[in-house]
Ligand binder design. Structure first.
Ligand SMILES: [Zn+2]
Length: 258
């Protein structure tokens, strides 16, 4: 009897230790996701660099508090187009400025760039082998436009559960389409968690959220992290310099980095 009780206590003790270890492992993984970018490959690192440039652009071109400043340009969403490790075009959401709801950041980028190309080349302009980095998950309109133009990859930041294309494309028949890849940087998690809280607790819309100071602060942190970026892959040196120079040359507010 005593022997059996001892075994039972030992068994329960082992179970508790096991549960504690599992809980620690889960906590560790969650913390890792929040504090460290998921940089595994050279391409991951390059993707993080150009996404940080997109955040930096959104910070420099920040459009004030929702409803407080008129006319507003549009939501604080930015996109950059990368070919051969160089940012060759960029766009910002200009829905209010243009008074057209079609002017998402990706559309602004595409329309501006194609217009420029049509003046410099004879053939029909495409964006084959290009990558677009956009701070908000693209909607179906933007996704389809980028697909039509031959964009190879789309790296996106914050999720847009209401209008984003990821859920809409699940089970899609489309075979040849751009890859939709979450940006490997911890700033995305900060934005997702922040908006999840704001929408749950305050019922805030994504449009209003993207004009909040909290978002601007995260964009600024992303910009600052690009300025002091430590490369793991020296092959990305040109990409890093290009991204830093791009922000240097773009008009707008410079960040205050600690
Ligand atoms: Zn869109």
């Amino acid at each position: 009897m005593t022997f059996s009780k001892q075994h039972r206590s030992l068994f329960i003790g082992l179970l508790l230790v096991l549960e504690l270890l599992v809980a620690c492992a889960v906590l560790y993984l969650v913390l890792q996701a929040f504090v460290q970018p998921v940089i595994v490959t050279q391409r991951n690192e390059r993707d993080e660099i150009f996404m940080l440039a997109a955040y930096g652009l959104a910070f420099k071109e920040w459009d004030g508090d929702y409803g407080q400043q008129k006319p507003l340009r549009g939501s604080n969403v930015a996109a950059v187009l990368v070919q051969d490790d160089k940012i060759v075009a960029y766009g910002l959401n200009r829905e209010f400025e243009k008074r057209q709801l079609l002017y998402h950041a990706e559309m602004d980028l595409v329309l501006t760039y194609l217009d420029k190309l049509s003046h410099t080349q004879k053939n029909v302009a495409t964006l084959e082998a290009a990558t677009v980095y956009v701070t908000l998950e693209p909607c179906l309109m933007c996704f389809s436009t980028l697909r039509t133009l031959g964009v190879e990859r789309i790296i996106y930041g914050e999720r847009d559960m209401a209008h984003g294309s990821i859920k809409a494309l699940q089970g899609s028949y489309m075979i040849h389409r751009p890859e939709l890849i979450p940006a490997p940087t911890p700033f995305v998690n900060q934005l997702n968690v922040g908006f999840s809280h704001a929408s749950t607790v305050q019922g805030m819309s994504l449009r209003k959220w993207l004009h909040r100071q909290a978002v601007k602060d995260i964009y600024q942190s992303a910009y600052c992290s690009l300025l002091v970026y430590k490369l793991r892959y020296t092959e990305n040196n040109d990409a890093l310099k290009n991204a830093q120079n791009f922000l240097q040359e773009t008009p707008g507010t410079m960040p205050t980095c600690k």
